[in-house]
Design a protein around this ligand. Structure first.
Ligand code: GLP
Length: 241
């Protein structure tokens, strides 16, 4: 695991974007795994800036990690809407190549198998962008999440509901379930790029990078991944010693 500690989240995001944009330059048909949350926003701005400056994203395919169950795609807090607003609209990407799990699918079990098949059919994910939850989750793989889990329906923990309540009118409006790529799905990506910013991530980052590999800290599974790069700001790296 390569760990890069930067003076600021802005600098870390620029460096991570440098890697993503270089990969798109090298392979215009790159398959990217994408995350939501506040963490990747600056990275997405850098990707959009590169596209505006002439880097074509039109051949790129994207798969998002997760979506809330029960939120329609146009709901202000759906992850589909988040991605459209914060990235896809700023890129020349073909909307048909942007996959975000459907939180309204009538048969979730069949839908999850279909999502896995779509990733496989696209040739697998080349670079998976990840944030980290304050409880060590990646995607919506809450502790405990089996390290070989695949795309499935998950129940959100109270901590995640509290963390994400800031985006909703109050905690009671946060969906209790989500559909998420599994830890195993994430580990299948050829390269993982984990971003962690701020003091509230320091403990999760410490456990993920220095703790034992355990389903109680799903991000720790990345220790078993052959090509993972972690970009941190100083506050998030504080527990690494
Ligand atoms: C959310 C998402 C994760 C994200 C995490 C951290 O619940 N499901 O993919 O990495 O929580 O969010 P933030 O970046 O806003 O701290």
């Amino acid at each position: 695991m390569e760990v890069i500690v930067c003076d600021s989240a802005a600098e870390a995001s620029r460096m991570a974007a440098g890697r993503v944009n270089a990969a798109v330059r090298e392979n215009p048909r790159l398959v990217l795994g994408l995350a939501t949350g506040s963490t990747p926003l600056a990275l997405y701005k850098e990707m959009a800036a590169a596209c505006a400056a002439g880097l074509p994203y039109r051949g790129v395919t994207t798969f998002n990690l997760d979506e809330y169950i029960g939120l329609p795609p146009d709901h202000p807090q759906s992850y589909r809407r988040f991605m459209d607003e914060n990235l896809f609209k700023q890129l020349d990407i073909d909307p048909a190549r942007t996959f975000v799990p459907d939180g309204m699918a009538p048969d979730m079990e069949a839908y999850c198998a279909q999502y896995e098949a779509a990733i496989r059919d696209a040739g697998g994910i080349d670079i998976q962008i990840l944030g980290i939850g304050s409880n060590g989750h990646i995607g919506f793989n809450e502790p405990p999440s089996p390290l070989d889990s695949r795309t499935r329906v998950v129940r959100l923990t109270e901590q995640t509901i509290r963390d994400n309540a800031r985006f909703f009118a109050d905690a009671s409006e946060v969906p209790r379930e989500a559909v998420s790529m599994g830890v195993g799905t994430i580990l299948d990506a050829r390269c993982c790029v984990l971003l962690g910013f701020g003091a509230n991530k320091a403990e999760a980052v410490r456990q993920a990078l220095r703790g034992e590999v355990s389903e109680m800290c799903p991000a720790s599974a990345l220790q078993r991944h052959a090509d993972t790069v972690v970009f941190l700001d100083r506050a998030a790296a504080a527990g690494l010693g």
